[in-house]
Design a protein around this ligand. Sequence first.
Ligand code: GDP
Ligand code: IMO
Ligand code: MG
Length: 431
Amino acid sequence: MSVQIIVGAQWGDEGKGKIVDHLSEHVDIVARYQGGANAGHTVVIPTKGPNGITTREYVLHLIPSGIFHSHVTCVIGNGVVIDPVALMSEIGQLQAAGVDLHGRLLVSHNAHLIMPYHKLLDSIREQGENKIGTTGRGIGPAYIDKYTRTGIRVVDLLNRDVLCKKLKQNIEEKNELLKNIYRSRTLDVDEIINEYQEFDKKIDQYVTDTSAYLHNALQKKKKVLAEGAQGAFLDVDHGTYPFVTSSSPTSGGACTGLGIPPTSITSVTGVVKAYSTRVGNGPFPTEQLNEVGERLRSTGGEYGATTGRPRRCGWLDLVSLAYSVRVNGIERIAITKLDVLDDFDEINVCTGYTLNGKRITGFPTDVQTLEAIDLEYRVFKGWKTKTSDVRSYGKLPARARTYIEAIGKILRTKIWMVSVGARRDQTLTVR
Ligand code: GDP
Ligand code: IMO
Ligand code: MG
């Protein structure tokens, strides 16, 4: 049994897509275990053009980031919430780009579906005072239905009678809510039934019992990579609640989200951006609302891959990361976007939190404490050298290695990979 889990160790957008694509060369299956089309995983792949090899950027929302390796089978697990409109559009885009999905994409029959009313409810709730800054993809409302046991699953798409009955019940109930509580427009039952019935023909070929598929694959010693979306601090249990997403991006989510046993997990890798970013609202202790933050954003191209929103930017935070390492069981890390720091004279890293003058241990996940803490920083001298052309770890500037190795030492984790650019060849393995 061999499952490696790749998790985002911060607030998402760490570069998971790039790292998963890189690692996919040596695995048989890549499986997404939670979240939905709120994710935006960027993969840059070499493409043959009239002027030789160029690159093309793809942003994946639901389809696992192993899809560009033709030997890899991609699984969308039961823990994912699937918007059929988004899935079909993504499938169409990949097919148009010449990616053969035949027999390579499997969708869990138990995954829940995102319906138009989920998206509408998501946008209405975001107009209120307590807005989270969601991606507006209907994620929270879809998981609400899953856990109140009124959700509609992929398997229901394949049975018209069941689908119609469940849709009718759901839409009538949601319309009451929309009309009487939110004073919003309501939804037309027949319109939605007609639209969603169409998906059965399109989705049928991909649907299977993915837990059983993974079990059989593991019996045959196939290598599986479980791909997390979002990141640890967006985890509904372990993140900065309520400013989180509605699923479990931490490594524990991989077992429930794929239907695989904990005993099949062989490693957990955390993807860590060399600094920090966050999209949406909520506490962000090391945020730099100044020239530093703006520079990180412009150099790092820090704009949401799903919504295009500017990402909030700040220094690396080793206090929160130590917590992420603990909750996820991260044994090794892949540091991404090192190149973004190339031009900084000095690079700060948060190494301690104090509350009312006293150092605190651990990472407080309640918003009030996170807003009241003071931070201790360690300052590193910048390397002031371009790293994006470096192709081996030993060739990185000494000060860059000092920065990386200090992170590994403080977090007590192995540094496995360092990424110095978005392309596949800009990935250094640390031996
Ligand atoms: P994900 O959600 O974790 O997959 O990350 P995103 O794709 O949302 O955001 C990461 C962004 O950084 C994408 O635009 C990637 O192409 C880019 N990227 C990934 N690794 C590197 C790197 O090492 N250096 C630079 N400059 N960009 C990178
Ligand atoms: P990837 O997989 C960064 C954030 C949203 C919002 C909160 C809740 O690309 O790393 P939701 O739509 O999930 O209900 O929004 O979570 N968020 C992300 N931030 N990267 C993501 O995905 C995110 N997915 C959701 O901005 O703050
Ligand atoms: Mg992203």
